[in-house]
Design a protein around this ligand. Structure first.
Ligand code: 5GP
Length: 217
């Protein structure tokens, strides 16, 4: 199996981080690309696990050094995918889950061939507002900013490869897992497909030869 990039996008509060984490816990064939950000850690977030928390200077230095596969501004903060993170996961033979917003997803689409993009949408507006407010991590102004942005982000959903409605978390994780499994079976992603087909063809030719010999004797 040739590993690929699985880009998950959703409006903030859409549940993509939870889905990504659940997918990681449930499957051995996926790894997570830990993004870099200039925003401050929330309670419980750990450096190097949830994000690489960088100062603005450190972030910009890495941008200048070409270390990012993509990066974007989200509100007043910067977020980006480090090439080293993606390579680390791919080299371990696993699919790479990227939990990124739409501008970054667009950049990845322009720069990588081997990716699948999934847009996760909330079942309704009330649920999105509740999830954003309920996690108690953002100031009310930031929540409003994120909701306004959600309206723009949602317009990008039709450009993705798949859309998953996150009304039930377990079902949404199962939906994304089904997408992963189907995409892993694309011919270009199967290892040694040509060899397998050649072996099958040789085997069939051999069987035909034996049948012919039996008929002749
Ligand atoms: P949060 O501050 O809620 O963790 O993330 C804010 C937004 O930034 C979310 O939509 C999240 O998916 C996005 N994000 C997280 N990491 C990255 C990244 O590496 N690149 C981009 N473009 N967006 C990211």
């Amino acid at each position: 199996m040739k590993p690929f990039l699985l880009v998950l996008s959703a409006p903030s509060g859409g549940g993509k981080t939870t889905i990504a984490r659940a997918l990681l816990a449930a499957r051995e064939d996926v790894g997570f690309s830990v993004s870099a950000t200039t925003r401050k850690p929330r309670d419980g977030e750990r450096d190097g696990i949830d994000y690489h928390f960088l100062s603005r200077d450190a972030f910009d230095r890495r941008v200048a050094a070409g270390e990012f596969l993509e990066w974007a501004e989200y509100g007043v903060e910067r977020y980006g995918t480090l090439r080293s993170e993606v390579d680390r996961v791919l080299e371990s033979g696993k699919h790479v889950v990227l939990d990124i917003e739409v501008q970054g997803a667009q950049q990845v689409r322009e720069r990588c061939q081997n990716l699948v993009r999934v847009f996760i949408i909330p079942p309704n507006a009330a649920e999105l507002v509740e999830r954003l407010g309920g996690r108690n991590t953002e100031h009310p102004e930031e929540i409003v900013r994120r909701l306004r942005r959600a309206v723009d982000e949602l317009t990008e959903a039709p450009t993705y490869d798949y859309v998953v409605v996150n009304s039930d978390r377990t079902q949404a994780v199962a939906d994304v897992a089904a997408i992963l499994d189907a995409e892993a079976r694309r011919p270009a992603r199967l290892d040694r497909l040509e060899t397998t087909i050649q072996m099958l063809a040789d085997g069939i030719a051999n069987e035909v030869k034996l049948l012919n010999e039996q008929q002749e004797s």
